[in-house]
Ligand binder design. Sequence first.
Ligand code: ADP
Length: 260
Amino acid sequence: MTLHDTMSDVDARHLTKGVVVSVSGVTKQYDSGTRALADVDLDIAEGDFVAVVGPSGCGKSTLLRMAAGLERPSAGSVALATDSVGFIFQEPTLLPWRSVRANVELVAEIARLPKSERRTRAQRAIDAVGLTGFESQLPRMLSGGMKMRASLARTLTSEPEVMLLDEPFGALDEMTRLDMQTELQRLYAERGFTAMFITHSVSEAVFLANRVIVMSARSGRIVADTRIDFPYPRHPELRYDPQFTAYVAEISDTLREARQ
Ligand code: ADP
């Protein structure tokens, strides 16, 4: 792994072996005076799928943007053990004049990979997200779920070691959302990337993650950290498992307390 830290004063040798994302004593105060995060510590191990839930405005996106290096902490440090990072945001942000294939090729194009390599990677990613046959379509011809699949495929072409996802399925209807959850954890099980996933939905968090973090209302702190002991790949019926329901109930209770 190469080394990339999001803060110049971070000494990466302080990263514990096997830790890919390390957030240490992080406080974030915006110029407006809003204190979004207060003394947050979070280590994410290689291969972990960490979901972060918390009340609106508690600083989840701020935390993710910091892991991405897009935001600097006011105090504390954030370090990443790799610069192979992919982002997925709530909006699929496809270029409307480009076909699905041309959109998916974009990351490889910017990285100046040879055309044949771009094609191969794009096709592999398109097949992986179930968009085979839609390569020539323009984004406006796609449903919300298909646009999100294209967005996922575009990120997968760079084969990231770490995936940072900020409520990627928040704008989708319920059924599409459940399909996308199945799809994402299948890709995770196949490819073995490390994931940090922000969501409002406790059941989404439990279905996807092997670790669910609950944050308190602003200024966000971590108030619970629960291991989800289900093997991957996970099947949609898992949601009817009594243990699944128990996890959802426990985390929802913590979240309810965290809002106060
Ligand atoms: P969440 O993702 O949990 O909803 P955010 O991280 O988006 O929370 O925001 C946390 C708090 O910080 C909110 O009160 C929000 O208004 C504020 N905030 C977020 N980004 C900025 C910014 N760029 N400038 C000032 N305040 C911000």
